[in-house]
Design a protein around this ligand. Structure first.
Ligand code: COA
Length: 197
């Protein structure tokens, strides 16, 4: 196991996201058919765009293609089936627009972490974040995991899903692994939250 010291605790400073997103559509259509599904290799570039759009304003940990490819099986996406996107490859395959993502990373026999939850700004407050977390809760149950954990700046959102804030001293050492890769290590403004399944 990596040897990682927990980051020092700081008060949260919430910043408004900078407009780092490709404008997808003005607003999702009333009849938007949004489907939650497991990610595939072809989704990597769009997922990175979503995550790094928020990472640009320090709302999330930035990710690169290596992390995405290595952990693609952790990822869940939401696609708007009403907005076809044509692949740039010779096949001109019709794909769907990825409007949200999240990942479930198993940490140990009894705990998995919710990571990289990102909903495109045009699709927020439509229940997508909740649907993705619930999808991952079901995946965790099927794997035999009984506890979910997350580090977040959006405590209120996770509270609506039944997560509870947990004291840093009560967190298992395994959860600090990602912190060593985080640019906010010395100014950590996230809280740890857990959900018993
Ligand atoms: C936080 C985030 C994941 C929420 O996703 P969402 O799809 O908009 O959330 P939902 O529609 O499922 O919200 C359910 C409820 O949670 C609460 N909630 C959602 N976003 C919230 C926020 N930013 N702050 C406080 N409460 C929030 C609200 O009570 C909301 O109900 P309402 O829309 O009727 O007010 C999304 O805003 C996001 O991607 N933010 C930027 C990246 C980020 O912070 N990710 C989390 C990193 S762990």
């Amino acid at each position: 196991m990596d040897y990682v010291v927990p980051p020092p605790e700081r008060l949260p400073v919430i910043k408004k996201p900078k407009e780092k997103f490709r404008k997808l559509v003005k607003k999702p259509k009333e009849d938007s058919r949004i489907v939650i599904q497991k990610a595939q290799i072809r989704d990597v570039e769009e997922i990175l765009e979503l995550i790094n759009g928020f990472a640009a304003s320090n709302l999330m940990l930035p990710r690169g293609p290596q992390y995405l490819y290595e952990n693609i099986r952790d990822f869940v996406i939401a696609v708007d089936a009403n907005v076809p996107v044509y692949s740039m490859t010779a096949t001109r395959e019709v794909m769907n627009l990825i409007v949200a993502c999240g990942s479930l990373h198993v940490l140990w026999e009894d705990i998995a972490e919710v990571r990289a939850l990102a909903i495109h700004p045009d699709y927020q407050h439509l229940g997508l974040g909740s649907r993705i977390v619930e999808f991952m809760e079901e995946e965790a149950r099927q794997l035999g995991i009984h506890k979910l954990f997350t580090f977040t700046m959006t405590e209120e959102f996770f509270k609506t899903l039944g997560f509870n804030k947990i004291n840093r001293k009560d967190l298992p050492p395994k959860v600090w692994g990602e912190c060593s890769r985080c640019p906010k290590y010395f100014q950590c403004d996230e809280v740890g939250m857990v959900l018993d399944l």
